[in-house]
Design a protein around this ligand. Structure first.
Ligand code: ZN
Length: 323
């Protein structure tokens, strides 16, 4: 039983029972609970600002780890970037230059992606910056690789074509001429062996005994092997493509037929003195786009600088041609 309390009423001069009303008690209790709850909430809230829960600590560690990984990824991209820069440099200044293709401008190689913001989904987070930057770099790197790869494809085609071109053009002498003594007359004004008048000699004459082998000077197709062209006697013409044709005159015998494909160095015929000829020799001409040009400029295939200068000296003598 609870204690009953009294108080002295001075007006009525009597003791009266103190009666606490139940409603008031309920009000006090509610207030107390509310205040406690508020305190508890404040305490937890404040504490959470300074103290991390184990779960938060784990998440923070994970985030830190991820940031570190992003930094490492960027470092790896730096390395990839520098290797690619080196390849691009060689591509522009060696390969593309060698194959006469225009260098790819820097802006084209490093072009980003304009227009739509491709990184919108990645924005709005604490770590957005590093993620967006990394993605941007990766995208540009990827594009650079595509540009470089296309450039190399182009060069591979040019190289294959260049190889064919180099094999095709007439680049050696038509007969074996190791000691450079077989040159009789060069391209230019020479005395005609028959009329003794100065006349333009459109080819080079190489003296050699009858039956000496004559070789194709570049890859191509035999387009003529006959004596129907005035003055040349038995002669062969090889079409090398790219506008080049070589002609071998005054042959004794043929070793090829029309339409036959030949490679540089193939035996195509033998030295003779057929047609308008003063003695056994081969008259050799090169046509470029139907114009006869000086064969002297084409013997880079197998001559040393010294041999070339001997040949040039002999070919430049304004002597009498053998025609
Ligand atoms: Zn000649």
């Amino acid at each position: 039983m609870s204690k009953v309390k009294y108080y002295y009423d001075s007006e009525t001069l009597s003791y009266k029972k103190i009666e606490r009303r139940k409603r008031k008690t309920l009000k006090y209790v509610s207030l107390f609970i509310l205040a406690s709850a508020l305190f508890a909430f404040l305490f937890v809230f404040l504490a959470s600002q300074f103290v991390q829960s184990p779960k938060e600590r784990a998440l923070a560690r994970e985030l830190q780890h991820m940031e570190l990984q992003y930094q490492l990824l960027n470092k790896k991209m730096d390395e990839a970037q520098s290797v690619l820069a080196n390849v691009e440099e060689r591509d522009n200044s060696i390969y593309r230059l060698y194959f006469e293709a225009n260098p790819i401008p820097e802006e084209q190689r490093k072009a980003g992606f304009g227009g739509v913001n491709r990184y919108k989904d990645l924005e709005g987070f604490d770590n957005s910056k590093i993620i967006v930057e990394t993605n941007k770099r990766m995208d540009i790197l990827q594009k650079q690789i595509v540009v470089q790869s296309k450039s190399l494809d182009e060069i591979a085609i040019l190289a294959a074509d260049k190889e064919k071109f180099l094999a095709s053009i007439p680049a050696i002498q038509p007969i074996s001429n190791e000691d450079m003594t077989r040159i009789a007359s060069g391209y230019g004004y020479r005395t005609d062996p028959f009329t003794k008048v100065k006349k333009f000699h459109y080819g080079m004459d190489f003296t050699a005994p009858r039956g000496t082998p004559v070789y194709a000077t570049g890859d191509g197709t035999v387009v003529r092997a006959d004596n129907a062209s005035s003055g040349y006697g038995n002669h062969i013409r090889i079409d090398h493509g790219y506008g080049y044709v070589s002609l071998y005159g005054h042959l004794y015998k043929y070793n090829v037929r029309v339409n036959q494909k030949v490679k540089r160095g193939d035996l195509i015929g033998f030295v003779g003195s057929t047609g308008r000829s003063q003695g056994p020799h081969i008259h050799y001409e090169i046509f470029k786009d139907d114009e006869r040009i000086n064969p002297m400029n084409f013997y880079y295939g197998h001559l040393s600088a010294e041999e070339y200068s001997i040949l040039l000296e002999r070919a430049s003598l304004e002597n009498q041609s053998l025609d």
